[in-house]
Design a protein around this ligand. Structure first.
Ligand code: FIX
Ligand code: ZN
Length: 426
């Protein structure tokens, strides 16, 4: 029975397979809004990573290859990207079966692009990518992954990025911006010198004058970037209220500007930076954070909007409960070490069971353009299963649901609810 014959005879509840089929169709066809990535449009030239060698040298795979190797870290970092990619391919795909989520991802990309993974022919894959022109390849990847638009991570403290923004060139509408301000919050003793250099009358001591100059800095970049949100990655020990720069700058500068400009503040909480510094970008780890800080900010600033993702699995349940208490919290994504099918399934189920459709299940965090293909391919499969199970449960009790309603729900989950949250004014 398909939907049409079920609609013709609504007497009995649509079968699980009919509902699963409709959920699959809606999820296969939805144009995705990817609200957090580390990819860039062509204005940023080489900051945009793409192709097989960038895929293979993704920091997730660097962490995995070093587990099979006793080579000195420095020796690895001295290698060229191609040499590193060769080592990673041999170690993680040939000498071992590529069963980890990140290695599986590379195979999904190859298959989705019509390449034959069973050939295990890295050179021929390289030839394929070398034959691509980057602008056409962006089109191909966005089409293959059904991407409507992505949100970049734009850090004005990164000189290569800053230069591009100051040129004020027109951007690609499929790449929206997010104002990333980690240095302002977690490295104030050094970043205030940068603001000074850029003409802001700040001092290390957080005086009223300094706060108003930080606000001016934020407003200038909001004007320049038109970001959908401001964002920062914050450590497990992150606490507000507190008598430290991070907490004071958030309460006295970020929150007022966020409200005034209706630009939500995204807090990505729980990353421990450089736990193993020898692994560089692959050296970060995770720690459980204090949910009281999230609840305090949502309660103290009910007119402000907070986009929240937490890295620790142990924070997930309490975060969902916090979102039930505060409508100005929008939860997004199964971030980083949580972006594994078994964990995405668990987290998405409890979020649906407690928040219905009022959250954004996933973002890709793509650092390489091609990753949009596998990160969404893998997450969609899990979200589809969870959603189908939820529909089957209510259908079993006699609730009838139409294909249009399923399409509506799916559009909400893949960016619609995020956009609605951006528009809301509390
Ligand atoms: O802070 C972040 O935006 C993190 O996503 C990244 O720093 C991290 O390195 C990453 O790529 C996670 O997937
Ligand atoms: Zn990220």
């Amino acid at each position: 029975m398909n939907f049409h014959s079920y609609l013709a005879a609504p007497a009995c509840a649509p079968s699980e397979s009919v509902l699963a089929g409709a959920a699959k169709k809606a999820i296969d066809e939805v144009q995705i809004i990817d609200l957090h990535t580390h990819i860039f449009d062509l204005r940023f030239k080489n900051l945009l990573l793409w192709g097989i060698d960038d895929l293979l040298t993704y920091h997730y795979l660097i962490a995995e290859v070093m587990r099979f190797s006793d080579m000195h870290y420095e020796e690895f970092w001295k290698m060229s990207t191609k040499e590193q990619a060769d080592l990673i391919w041999k170690t993680l795909f040939i000498d071992n079966s590529p069963i980890s989520e990140a290695t599986r991802g590379v195979i999904t990309v190859l298959k989705s692009l019509g390449l034959d993974p069973s050939k295990r022919d890295l050179q021929s894959y390289r030839k394929f990518f070398q034959s691509k022109k980057v602008d056409e390849y962006i089109d191909l990847v966005f089409k293959t992954a059904h991407i409507k638009y992505v949100v970049m991570t734009n850090d004005p403290f990164v000189e290569d990025e800053r230069k591009v923004w100051l040129k004020d060139e027109a951007g690609d509408p499929r790449f929206k911006s997010a104002l990333r301000i980690d240095p302002l919050l977690v490295k104030w003793p050094s970043s205030y010198l940068k603001l000074k250099e850029w003409g802001y009358d700040v001092e290390e001591k957080l005086t009223e004058k300094t706060f108003s100059e930080i606000k001016r800095f934020l407003k200038d970049w909001i004007e320049r970037m038109k970001p959908l949100y401001m964002a920062a990655s914050l450590p497990p020990e992150f606490k507000v209220p507190a008598d430290n720069e991070t907490a004071l700058i958030i309460e006295n500068a970020i929150i007022p500007v966020s409200y005034e400009k209706n630009v939500p503040f995204a807090m990505m909480i729980g990353a421990k930076k450089l736990t193993n510094p020898q692994l560089k970008l692959a050296g970060d780890s995770v720690g459980k954070a204090d949910i009281n800080t999230v609840e305090y900010l949502a309660r103290m600033y009910p007119h402000n909007k907070f986009l929240i993702t937490m890295l620790s699995r142990e924070n997930q349940h309490e975060l969902v409960v916090a979102a039930r208490k505060f409508r100005n919290i929008h939860i997004f994504g199964c971030w980083w070490f949580l972006n594994n099918p078994s964990v995405v399934d668990e987290i998405t189920r409890e979020r649906m069971e407690m928040l219905g459709l009022s959250f954004t299940p996933q973002h890709s965090d793509a650092r390489v353009l091609d990753q949009l293909i596998y990160k969404w391919n893998h997450s969609k499969k899990v979200i589809e299963k969870v959603l189908s199970d939820k529909y089957a449960d209510i259908a079993e009790d006699g609730w009838t649901i139409s294909e249009e309603e399923i399409k509506r729900d799916v559009e909400k989950l893949f960016g619609g609810e995020f956009e609605a949250f951006l528009k809301r004014r509390f």
